[in-house]
Design a protein around this ligand. Structure first.
Ligand SMILES: Nc1nc2c(c(=O)[nH]1)N[C@H]1C(S)=C(S)[C@@H](COP(=O)(O)OP(=O)(O)OC[C@H]3O[C@@H](n4cnc5c(=O)[nH]c(N)nc54)[C@H](O)[C@@H]3O)O[C@H]1N2
Ligand SMILES: Nc1nc2c(c(=O)[nH]1)N[C@H]1C(S)=C(S)[C@@H](COP(=O)(O)OP(=O)(O)OC[C@H]3O[C@@H](n4cnc5c(=O)[nH]c(N)nc54)[C@H](O)[C@@H]3O)O[C@H]1N2
Ligand code: SF4
Ligand SMILES: [Mo]
Length: 814
């Protein structure tokens, strides 16, 4: 049996905590028993059946779970035990501790049991049980009323990623959900663009590359001589044995690739495997990259042939005619631009907190390496200067001509090989208007004021209606996951503003407490679905998750409940096309078999028994390989067909949008101080920067109610010993964390793993306010700002200023 508690040859790594070591155990590394033993099916007892299921939450991975079911109840949970389990050779897709605790989520006391109608105020959590008929009638009436009184653009599908890994049950992106299918058959709904994950980088790459651009897959690190991780922490954010963390650990070891981690925190990805940790102040990557570029350019290491052939705007040679004469990237770096400031290492040192000599050394390493795998996570772009930071990092890969090469890459976030799978067919949305996803609360109270140039509205110049009806399927962004909880609370209190909120979830979350109607959904264990979309490197796969147990209480699958609702909306025939959920699965699989013409694909029944299908590619994925080979035959979708180091479109936006003085949209990547940044005057009152991070204890808020996981990886705020000592705080003490927007209580983790004057708190803890609105659980969004970033209008969730004070000494030794 392979379980997460096996000791691995890396479980001794320094600096990694218990769950970090266990995460490594789940990466499919060689375990101290023979391969044969691993591949063997764990024998089921006679009264027990083993059913393949899946974990479908949004952790960027996707893991199969083998449910051991006795008398209709899940007794324990195992994971993938198939394949050869070798690096880049059909390795095992082993679940992390969260997935392995699925039983504790399915049988959690917080489970929603019946449809509910709110009887108290929004947020109070007072409900009465109602019948399914009453719930669906109420929703149908409200939908019809909203469409008639206001129009379809007053109906909003809030962001929700709780089950994005499903196919029928897919909760993200919104247009791929069954809720969208239902609404589009009745006239549509208000769209949103961007997402809480990566809105800034998505928006910036549209102008940089002409559309989304990823990177080589992480196993390509085996072909690089230098790997640089800018705020990318796969040991915590890609914990499945199926993908990136496995690829990182194995690939790095195979080639002994020199690895540098750039992060304000010493992460689990560092965890003793790194060659160098370069700690920097949050929000200063663009300054660091400018100084690295200065070293590379002045020491003649820039690949000018590449820059001139594949890009526009590096220097005067390819600068668009509309640009100012001194407007190129090279001019900016060397100090010939309007700011007349050369971006020397000495300039960047006080901004970043990194000594100039370290910047010079790193610049030379990048300048001298042949193949460089530069990768960035999304934490640094979930910041007030997110758009600039992600482009600035991308510039390093361009300067060294790494795009489209094996062992090189784009400098963006890792990509994957993929396996085509037929999804549930979409119905087009007749509504064209689209808001930035982060501005949905604004669209409730000032919808009609929002225009293209003030708020990035797309599809129309101005919104015609405020949001009146919210669908919230498999999401906790109504409250927990959206910034500035106290502000959202106030906006949702007004029942005349947003008139109806429907939440479809498995658990009584803080968002569910704000619903007018709550619909109890089945978990993945209670229905069948195809599951996929995990970051899988060179081995894409899909999972046939079969129903393991009957739906609990009165829970119903989303397909069933919305089919019933479609009857009330008069669209049942179009919604179901006459198929049951099982028949849709058969249909999608038949289409997939037809499209792929892959002799290895088994028939439907065999696939169900087999549980997982893996496709092994023979080499790591290379992003933009065709463009690199022939940029004329394979141009990019950008206006010039090339990589736009200088973007004329951005120059135009900068000239036409309404922006505040501290907001900067620039045609090339530049560093500018930002609101709530390291040099903000607000630091007089709130002297500590606070970044968030995605935490191994949970996937956002999901699994946040599993006591075992809370004990294994407690919620705590990281604080450097220097800052702790100044405040009389010792490791384990209970502290009060306060920002301009709210207060919370949490225990302190006093550790040199975070730089001085910066603190860090894992996002996703369940919001639990006391009477004074002080959150008692360490739920970060009582502290964050609802102010969006300038260009993408994205969530700057990691840019915060706080003060921390001691509440209670716990007498725990450091
Ligand atoms: N401060 C701060 N805030 C952040 C972030 C941050 O870094 N800092 N990160 C942001 C990011 S990147 C993201 S993606 C969002 C994530 O925000 P969400 O998409 O809201 O993610 P979760 O909190 O996991 O909420 C998922 C919900 O789906 C429910 N769920 C799970 N499985 C099922 C199912 O099968 N059916 C149904 N109906 N429900 C199900 C869960 O119970 C949970 O309530 O948070 C964002 N918020
Ligand atoms: N266990 C777990 N895994 C997850 C999730 C989860 O909730 N839990 N969520 C999933 C989702 S939806 C997403 S979008 C991804 C998120 O993936 P990411 O956005 O990459 O994850 P974060 O932890 O927010 O940020 C990554 C790192 O950036 C660092 N960082 C913060 N500010 C800066 C900065 O200014 N510069 C630099 N260089 N580094 C900085 C943080 O300390 C952190 O270590 O993770 C996915 N995986
Ligand atoms: S949370 Fe992610 S890594 Fe963990 S089991 Fe689920 S899909 Fe796999
Ligand atoms: Mo995300």
């Amino acid at each position: 049996m392979n379980n997460a508690f096996s000791v691995t040859r890396r479980s001794f790594v320094k600096g990694s905590s218990a769950l970090g070591a266990l995460a490594v155990a789940s990466t499919g590394l060689t375990l101290p028993f023979s391969k044969k033993a691993i591949a063997k099916e764990t024998p089921a007892k006679s009264d027990e059946k083993i059913v393949w299921s899946s974990c479908t939450v949004n952790c960027g991975s996707r893991c199969p779970l083998r449910m051991h079911v006795v008398d209709g109840e899940i007794k324990w949970v195992e994971t993938d035990n198939t394949g050869l389990d070798e690096f880049n050779h059909s390795h095992q897709v082993r679940a992390c501790l969260r997935g392995r605790s699925m039983r504790r989520r399915v049988y959690n006391p917080d489970r929603l049991k019946y449809p509910l109608k709110r009887v108290g105020k929004r947020g109070e959590g007072k409900f009465k049980r109602i019948s399914w008929d009453e719930a669906l009638d109420t929703i149908a009436d409200s939908l019809k009323h909203t469409i008639k009184e206001y129009g379809n653009d007053a109906i909003y599908l809030n962001y929700g990623t709780g089950t994005l890994g499903g196919t029928v049950t897919k909760s993200w992106d919104p247009s791929a959900t069954l809720v969208a299918r239902l609404m589009n058959l009745s006239g549509g709904y208000l769209n949103h663009y961007g997402d809480y994950s990566a809105a800034a980088i998505e928006c910036m790459t549209d102008f940089f590359y002409g559309g989304w651009v990823a990177n080589n897959s992480m196993d390509d690190i085996q072909n690089s001589d230098l790997a640089i991780f800018f705020g990318n922490n796969p040991a915590e954010t890609r914990m499945s044995g199926g993908g990136q963390t496995h690829n990182y650990v194995e690939g790095q070891q195979k080639n002994h690739t020199r690895t540098i981690i750039i992060d304000p925190r010493y992460t689990d990805t560092a965890g003793g495997r790194e060659d160098q940790w370069v700690p920097l102040k949050h929000g200063t990557d663009a300054a660091l990259c400018a100084a690295l570029a200065h070293v590379i350019i002045t020491e003649n290491k820039a690949d000018e042939d590449f820059l001139n052939k594949y890009c526009v705007g590096y220097d005067a040679t390819t600068l668009p005619a509309s640009a100012p004469k001194n407007g190129s990237y090279k001019d900016y770096i060397l100090g010939n631009g309007n700011d007349k400031t050369p971006k020397t290492p000495e300039w960047a040192a006080p901004i970043t907190g990194i000594p100039a000599e370290d910047i010079i050394k790193l610049g030379r390493e990048i300048g001298n390496a042949n193949r460089i795998y530069i990768t960035q996570g999304w934490g640094l772009q979930r910041s007030a200067s997110g758009e600039q930071a992600c482009k600035a990092i991308g510039m390093l890969s361009l300067l060294r001509g790494q795009v489209g090469l094996q062992g090189g890459g784009t400098g963006m976030r890792e990509g994957d090989h993929s396996y085509p799978f037929q999804r549930f067919p979409k119905v087009p949305n007749p509504v064209k208007a689209s808001i930035p996803m982060f501005l949905w609360t604004d669209a409730i109270y000032r919808g009609k004021e929002m225009t293209d140039v003030t708020d990035g509205i797309r599809g129309v110049e101005r919104l015609q209606n405020p949001i009146k009806f919210i669908w919230n399927y498999a999401g906790n962004c109504l409250i927990n996951q959206h910034s500035d909880i106290n502000r959202t609370h106030k906006i949702l209190q007004d029942e005349k503003a947003c008139e109806m909120i429907v939440v479809i979830d498995n658990h009584m979350t803080s968002s569910a407490k704000y619903a007018d109607i709550v619909l109890p959904d089945c978990t993945t264990s209670e229905q069948s679905d195809f599951c996929m979309d995990g970051a899988a490197g060179s081995m894409p796969y899909f999972i046939f998750a079969s129903q393991a147990i009957k739906p609990r209480f009165e829970c119903r699958p989303i397909y069933d409940m919305l089919s019933d609702l479609s009857k009330r909306m008069g669209t049942e025939k179009e919604f179901t096309e006459g198929r049951t959920q099982e028949e849709w699965l058969q249909w999608m699989y038949a289409q997939t078999v037809k499209q792929n013409n892959d002799p290895d694909l088994p028939d439907y029944d065999t696939m169900r028994k087999q549980g997982i299908y893996k496709k092994q590619f023979d080499r790591p994925y290379v992003e933009l390989e065709d463009f690199r080979k022939d940029p004329t035959a394979n141009p990019l979708p950008s206006p010039s067909g090339k990589i736009e180091i200088y973007s004329e479109q951005l120059a135009k936006i900068a000239a036409t949008w309404e922006l505040d003085d501290d907001e900067h949209i620039t045609p090339i990547a530049e560093y500018h101080p930002t609101f709530d940044g390291w040099d903000s005057p607000k630091r007089q009152q709130f002297p500590l920067q606070m970044t968030g991070f995605h935490y191994k204890a949970r996937t956002h808020s999901t699994y946040g109610n599993v006591e075992l996981l809370k004990a294994a990886a407690p919620q705590e705020i990281w604080i450097n010993p220097i800052d702790a000592q100044q405040r009389g705080i010792k490791n384990g003490d209970l502290v009060l964390v306060e920002s301009e927007f709210g207060k919370l209580q949490v225990c302190a983790k006093v550790t040199p793993r975070i730089i001085p004057h910066t603190t860090a708190l894992g996002e996703g803890a369940w919001y639990a306010p006391n009477r004074d609105k002080v959150d008692m659980n360490g739920s970060i969004n009582v502290l964050t700002t609802a102010r969006p970033t300038p260009l993408a209008k994205a969530n700057p969730s990691h840019t915060n200023l706080v003060e921390i004070t001691l509440l209670k000494s716990m007498g725990v030794k450091a």
